[in-house]
Design a protein around this ligand. Sequence first.
Ligand code: S3P
Length: 169
Amino acid sequence: MKIFLIGYMGSGKSTVGKNLSEKLKLNFIDFDTYIEVKEKKPVSEIFEKQGEEKFRELEKKYLDEVIKNDDVVISLGGGTPCFNNNLETINKNGISVYLKMEVEALVKRLINAKRKRPLIKGMNEEDLKFFIEANLEKRNSFYNQSKHIVSAAKKSPGEIAEEIAKKII
Ligand code: S3P
């Protein structure tokens, strides 16, 4: 079994993914970390030095690689399903689950977690809200093609993982 967790930055993909993998006795891969290990540098540095386009190329390359794993929960990056036909690859190879969160909740989560995230680095609360609103609207057309959609608001990672496990087993 291959489960892909999809969703915006700050929606809890990594924490929920880890929790879900333990519940289902599957392996866990955090895709951003996977890229960082392979490239031997942080995602923020790839963005800064090589640009977003290069990052999206690397994302595609490593998605094709990471997908060869089985019995695994893979927490993807927020942009992974939205570029280079990646969503098609994801849905062909496994079960996708969208952790859905509304803009207000994402702003609250991300205002204190911007430093490592190159797309929102240095934004104030107003800019961040504006950016997320516009960006999420575009991305939802991809995210909403996931096999399952789970509301991630006001729930603990354990509760979300439990809900996902019930849907897919
Ligand atoms: C990105 C999300 C990040 C990371 C990169 C780009 C995006 O992952 O892949 O900074 O485009 O939304 P998280 O969703 O894990 O923060």
